[in-house]
Write a protein that binds this ligand. Structure first.
Ligand SMILES: Cc1cc2nc3c(=O)[nH]c(=O)nc-3n(C[C@H](O)[C@H](O)[C@H](O)COP(=O)(O)O)c2cc1C
Length: 190
């Protein structure tokens, strides 16, 4: 796909077909993720790919994160749209039936928190664009982070910080693009 089409047509996908994703495809998108820029070239990311039975455990944790943390935030932001809250709850409790979940970790470096987070975020953006370019859907999620310790028990990661999880699979939905908000670009010209 043309690069600009990839960027514009990527959507967060929250409903997946049950079809397995070939391991080589996941390897390819992770390799592309690692071509992101990083502060002082620290490449301070780590990806743990979860498939199979353990996804059931991740669903339970994500559901708990929704019930205990996310739902209250959504009620403030989307008070007029109860369907959005309901649909998001359904997604967290099921992870959309995703056959693959990638847990993305961040290593602390001398650069400090903001550069560290930005570097890992750049890699996640590469990852979701590369997935979309291969016909896969993905949803970048931080709503589960209040329960990071429970996710770490599943991945076995003891040292690094969980920054996000990304659900991956073949899309079973074609969401409408949320319109881009105006007024976010300013020019200073002499
Ligand atoms: C840092 C970050 C965290 C996000 N966390 C969640 C999340 O926890 N759950 C979720 O359903 N979507 C999450 N999203 C997806 C956003 O809701 C989505 O990108 C936004 O609504 C715009 O839709 P689009 O990705 O289809 O353009 C997250 C996106 C980003 C960049």
């Amino acid at each position: 796909m043309d690069f600009e089409d990839v960027v514009r047509s990527r959507r967060s996908i929250r409903k997946f077909k049950p079809d397995a994703v070939p391991r080589e495809v996941i390897e390819e998108i992770l390799e592309l993720a690692t071509w992101a820029p990083s502060a002082m070239n620290t490449q301070n990311w780590k990806f743990i790919v979860v498939t199979g039975e353990r996804i059931e455990k991740l669903k339970t944790i994500a559901g708990e994160a929704f019930d205990k943390h996310v739902e209250a935030d959504l009620e403030k932001l989307f008070a007029k749209y109860p369907m959005v809250i309901k649909a998001t709850g359904k997604y967290f409790h099921s992870l959309g039936g995703a056959p693959v979940v990638i847990c993305v970790y961040r290593k602390e470096t001398v650069e400090g928190l903001i550069p560290d987070v930005e570097s890992v975020a750049a890699a996640i953006q590469n990852l979701v664009l590369a997935a979309h370019n291969r016909g896969l859907g993905a949803c970048w999620m931080t709503g589960v982070l209040p329960l990071a310790d429970k996710i770490n028990e599943i991945t076995g990661e003891k040292k690094l910080e969980l920054q996000a999880i990304v659900t991956i699979g073949y899309p079973d939905t074609e969401p409408k693009p949320p319109p881009r908000k105006p007024g976010r670009i300013e020019w200073i010209e002499d």
